[in-house]
Design a protein around this ligand. Structure first.
Ligand code: FEO
Length: 169
């Protein structure tokens, strides 16, 4: 594998672990507010992000590349309102999309079709991630200002269950 591509994928392991850490922080915030459903949603999201990290890690290993783990940054978002995690979440997923696109572009430049094919799953996944984050903001705007609406949103998010990623390496 081209060194630049391998380096970006190795860095992506760290970014995905940071995402898991960030969403764990969101989960802790909502749990403290008594919103167990929102807390559940982000706890599962954190698990998904860990899965993403493992997929990047396994892909490097399968290609005989060295994996080097670095420090995972502390979640630094200041969470004050019930809307804050949702907005930070969308902003963060857009950033992650840009990172996936950068790896894709690096792979494209060197005709690394294998990595491009691997990344196709993430390109699709990012569409879903951004859509979910955007939907949560819209629903909070529509229903979050009254207690019944908030209760019902919390119940909806309480029903989310973890499913393993459809991509298996
Ligand atoms: Fe790993 Fe939320 O993208």
């Amino acid at each position: 594998m081209e060194a630049k591509v391998a380096k970006l994928i190795n860095e992506q392991i760290n970014k995905e672990l940071y995402s898991a850490y960030l969403y764990l922080d969101f989960s802790i915030f909502y749990e403290a507010q008594g919103l167990d459903g929102f807390a559940n949603w982000y706890m599962i999201q954190a698990q998904e992000e860990r899965d993403h990290a493992m997929l990047f890690l396994k892909f490097l290993q399968n290609n005989g590349e060295k994996v080097t783990l670095g420090l995972v940054e502390k979640p630094d978002k200041k969470l004050e309102t019930l809307m804050d995690p949702l907005e930070f979440g969308l902003e963060h997923e857009r950033y992650v999309t840009s990172l996936i696109n950068d790896i894709y572009a690096a792979a494209y430049d060197v005709k690394d079709f294998r990595t491009m094919q691997f990344l196709d799953w993430f390109v699709k996944e990012q569409l879903e991630e951004e859509k979910n984050a955007d939907d949560m903001i819209k629903k909070m705007e529509l229903f979050g200002n009254d207690s019944k609406g908030l209760y019902s949103l919390d119940s909806e998010y309480a029903a989310r269950i973890y499913t393993a990623p459809s991509l298996v390496l």
